[in-house]
Design a protein around this ligand. Structure first.
Ligand code: PHE
Length: 369
């Protein structure tokens, strides 16, 4: 490589000539002055200060100059670039201010405008009551247990001692999945969770099992093909029907008020023995409407009691099916419909109000629980 040419005159390098540099600076300052927004200014910046800009290209020539010439050319170049950069800075600030002002203008909120009321949803009362009930039992030391909505027929029927020819097992009551002998159904009650709990949990068992269940009913004022139940199951040593009754009474009082009790009427369920229907003392008239035509009660139709659910002592056959020794352990179970509970608790007369999701219905129950 040859040594730097000491006699080289920077003025001879055309791109470093003061006239050329002045031209470039003038062109840059004009372009900057004409930029009307930040995008345009960005393009101008690239064109006049970028790597391929005339000033940047001229700057590269400085390196080849002899030392004496370098200083002078460097100074001139510094002034040129400084002028352009400063103009860019000033213009940037100006355009940013303009943009901010524009944003403030377009995003102005007219606080005097009439607002449009938009209805906000609230939690569905079924969700709320389900949580309330679960909380009652969690407070008693129960655990929450859940099972699948698509259930094995064995859990939904067989293990619960519901014989293959039981009417509940026909297609008139049960939604089958795929085809009738797939072995799968949409669970018709929450009782299969009893079986799952007995098979999966350590004894003693205290569980509460809320959930969605399915039956082939047409939707009308009192039926829905999809509804909710809550089930409770207790298996321990020395559990008697007195424990069942006491638990139901406690449950009734937490849901319907102090002093409200339950009544058991003999009944039949294949998975409990003995079995009973649970009636709730009417929380509206507390029985005062019975035989008293002058004060009729709409809640209990002046009967004093309201049908609430089913219950019983777990059938020893079911215990055996789940590998539990019925000579050592006994238990009780009960289950009730949540829609029904909600209907008589709140005087809801049409089941359809609960499934249609109309905000005017849920809103009446407010937020949360
Ligand atoms: N599973 C029963 C039904 O759906 C209710 C029930 C639950 C009865 C627990 C007894 C014990 O009708």
């Amino acid at each position: 490589m040859s040594a730097p040419n000491k006699s080289f005159d920077p003025v001879e390098v055309s791109t470093l000539a003061p006239v050329y540099l002045d031209q470039q600076v003038t062109a840059a300052l004009d372009a900057i002055a004409n930029a009307s927004d930040l995008d345009e200014l960005k393009a101008v910046r690239l064109l006049h200060t970028g790597d391929r800009s005339p000033l940047a290209l001229a700057n590269r020539e400085i390196g080849a100059l002899p030392p004496a010439a370098k200083a002078e050319a460097g100074k001139r170049m510094g002034q040129a670039r400084g002028a352009v950069n400063q103009a860019l800075e000033v213009k940037t600030a100006e355009l940013e201010a303009k943009r901010d002002e524009q944003i403030l203008l377009t995003e102005t909120v007219d606080v005097t405008a009439v607002s449009e009321l938009s209805l906000r949803g609230s939690r569905h009362p079924l969700t709320t009551i389900q949580e309330q009930i679960t909380d009652v039992f969690l407070a008693l030391g129960y655990e929450l247990a859940e099972g699948p909505e698509i259930e094995a027929e064995w859990f939904n029927f067989d293990a619960l001692n519901i014989a293959p020819n039981h009417p509940a097992r026909t297609m008139q009551d049960t939604f089958f999945v795929e085809h009738e002998d797939s072995g799968l159904v949409l669970r018709t009650h929450t009782s299969p969770v009893q079986i799952r709990s007995m098979l999966n949990r350590e004894l003693p068992i205290y569980v509460v099992c809320p959930g969605r269940v399915f039956r082939t009913d047409e939707l009308d004022a009192t039926h829905s093909p999809v509804f909710h139940q809550v089930e409770a199951l207790v298996i321990d040593k020395g559990i008697t029907m007195a424990d069942l009754k006491g638990t139901l009474d406690h449950f009734a009082q937490t849901m319907f008020g102090a002093g409200i009790v339950t009544r058991l009427r003999p009944s039949y369920f294949p998975f409990t023995e003995p079995s009973a229907e649970v009636d709730l003392q009417c929380f509206a008239c507390r029985g005062a409407s019975v035989d008293n035509p002058s004060a009729p009660c709409r809640t209990c139709r002046s009967e004093g009691w309201i049908e609430w659910g089913g219950c019983g002592m777990v059938n020893p056959k079911v215990l055996v099916a789940c590998g539990i020794d019925p000579d050592v352990y006994t238990g009780f179970a009960f289950g009730m419909g949540l829609e029904r509970t909600l209907m008589f608790r709140h005087g809801i007369t049409d089941m359809r109000d609960m499934v249609e999701g109309d905000i005017r219905f849920t809103r009446a129950f407010g937020l949360g629980g």
